[in-house]
Design a protein around this ligand. Structure first.
Ligand code: AMP
Length: 546
């Protein structure tokens, strides 16, 4: 027997409608290249999203057109999130840090029709314009007064185009499976792959994200999305914040300027923020030096790479901020697990607490997780067994865009994440490595993430990475790469003895290399591939045969 409930499709425009009707006075505050601090309210935002939809009609954008953005986090980008997807088109958010060839590849692969671009990235597009035949024109995301000179053909100014449109628009009643957004994820090898979100997955993800044991978002929060809107839809904050009616704060081009972030947190009374660990590394360093306060901040969502325990402790002990350690990926919209205690974890202290918070967390409702061995047998949730991490759920990618059948182990309906993990009896997942970054010493696995976590807690270390490096006797041994704190010259032997008693003796790295900078990928993760290539000629001191 079928139920008799309404068939209301899960559409991004339902979030917008709810937000406009119930929270018209809520604020959206942005730093942009043409505004030091732009602010308006949900009601104006909703009008502008409808104007964007009308503008796309005027530009003649097709009903399923891919509309690209190369832009920082700000109110205009948010208008495109809703105006493009709401009108049935697909918003393709492009990472401006991509290499030129990758940029050309994804514009052509997505067959983008129009590109909305921040003035800062015009030069990048001028170089590749001739190689992108599907693009009909460009819209520069600024005001008429700030419009830069450009050699791009068929260029419009965002403010001139959008403000001339009607604020009335009848959002179409789309099928909830209609594609809404396209985000390419660049692996270390091969071309980037497109993950195509739909309205249903985005709305369900927003609900999952707002739950009390996830980010616990509310209408009384002010959310600072530092994580870029080109990186997995800023982790879903643009949808979840509007869903609950929270104030939104965007850092624009200043997303890695600690002073601006601190100003925004204090001036705009930001209670929740989200960013990768490297951003927080810079911010905490700035706070230590200036003695400024993060008083309004209540919690920070940290993911993208493992959050060092020392960082979580500093946030908690010095600033009263709860770190929400989370794991996910582009293919998961991105939320997979998040670390919030269950009754059994309340009251943990000392080393037990440190071990607990180092974990990435437990499955968000809507996502299932499991670990398997090489023969695809499920491994126990005992906190000991390591295995390939597989996931499925409402907002997990079933296939990549125009690359049929490459989204992992689909024969049994699970997506293979490429991560290796343990899961404890309480359901808390701990990532030990990317499959390809696992260090295999004499056939035994060593977790690089665990070693990095210990290294960054050393008082003289600013950033650390551990990679597997060739060793004649053991095939591979851990090599520690360290960026010292400014003005510090740590002693190699002393650094290595820092690991004594913290891990098994055979896990301790065999060598240390000091560098000024550790290479990062376009999404701010440590690029272990680049690092391994850079260290190709290194030989361990104890590798006599080398
Ligand atoms: P991306 O699709 O670029 O967001 O990258 C996803 C990958 O980042 C995951 O498969 C993990 O390898 C890594 N990752 C994300 N969050 C974490 C975390 N909290 N700890 C460790 N690795 C993480």
């Amino acid at each position: 027997m079928r139920g008799l409930m309404m068939d209301a499709p899960l559409l991004i425009t339902t979030i917008l409608r709810h937000a406009e009707r119930n929270h018209p006075d809520q604020e959206i505050v942005s730093v942009t290249s043409d505004h030091e601090r732009h602010r308006y309210r949900y009601r104006e935002f909703a009008d502008r999203a409808r104007q964007v939809a009308n503008a796309l009609d005027q530009l003649g954008a097709g009903s399923e057109a891919r509309i690209a953005t190369i832009a920082w986090n700000d109110f205009r980008h948010l208008e495109l999130y809703y105006g493009v997807s709401g009108s049935g088109r697909v918003l393709h958010t492009i990472n401006p840090r991509l290499f030129e060839e990758q940029l050309v590849y994804i514009i052509n692969h997505a067959e983008d029709e129009w590109i909305f671009v921040d003035p800062a990235f015009i030069a990048m597009l001028e170089k590749v314009e001739d190689q992108c035949p599907t693009v009909k024109g460009y819209v520069v995301m600024t005001s008429a007064e700030a419009m830069p000179q450009t050699s791009l053909k068929n260029v419009q100014c965002y403010e001139t185009l959008v403000s001339a449109q009607s604020t009335q628009y009848n959002w179409p009643e789309l099928d909830e499976r209609t594609a809404s957004c396209l985000c390419y994820t660049s692996g270390t090898t091969g071309n980037p792959k497109g993950v195509l979100y739909d309205h249903r997955s985005s709305v369900l993800h927003a609900y999952g994200m707002a739950l009390p044991d996830t980010t616990s978002l509310s209408a009384t929060d002010a959310v600072l999305a530092v994580v870029p809107m080109f990186h997995v839809n800023a982790w879903g904050f643009p949808y979840a914040s509007l869903l609950v009616g929270a104030k939104m704060v965007f850092p624009g081009p200043k997303l890695s300027v600690p002073e601006t972030l601190t100003d925004l947190i204090n001036d705009e009374q930001v209670t929740v923020a989200g960013a990768v660990p490297t951003v927080w590394l810079g911010l905490l360093d700035y706070i230590r030096k200036t003695g400024r306060s993060l008083e309004p901040l209540n919690r920070t969502c940290i993911g993208g790479s493992a959050c060092p325990v020392s960082m979580m402790e500093e946030f908690r002990d010095e600033h009263g901020v709860t770190v929400l350690h989370a794991w996910g990926m582009t293919e998961m919209s991105p939320l997979g697990v998040l670390n919030r205690p269950k009754p059994a974890q309340i009251g943990l202290a000392g080393e037990e607490l440190r071990e607990q918070i180092a974990k990435q967390g437990r499955a968000v409702p809507g996502v299932e997780i499991k670990i398997t061995d090489d023969d695809n047998n499920e491994l126990p949730w005992d906190g000991e067994a390591y295995g390939a991490l597989k996931v499925r759920g409402y907002w997990v990618c079933a296939d990549y865009y125009r690359l049929d059948g490459t989204a992992g182990s689909h024969e049994d309906g699970w997506f293979e994440t490429g991560d290796v993990a343990t899961i404890d009896p309480h359901g808390f997942l701990k990532i030990t490595d990317r499959t390809k970054d696992v260090i295999k010493s004499g056939g035994e696995w060593i977790s690089s993430i665990e070693l990095e976590n210990i290294a960054v807690a050393h008082p003289q270390v600013q950033e650390a990475a551990v990679v597997g490096h060739i060793h004649t006797k053991w095939q591979e041994r851990p090599l520690l790469v360290v960026v010292p704190n400014p003005g510090e010259q740590p002693d190699q032997g002393e650094l290595l003895s820092w690991f004594d008693g913290k891990v098994a003796k055979w896990w301790i790295p065999n060598g240390v290399v000091f560098v000024e900078e550790i290479p990062h990928t376009a999404t701010g993760k440590i690029s272990k591939l680049t690092l391994r290539n850079q260290l190709e000629d290194y030989r361990f001191p104890d590798d006599d045969a080398a």
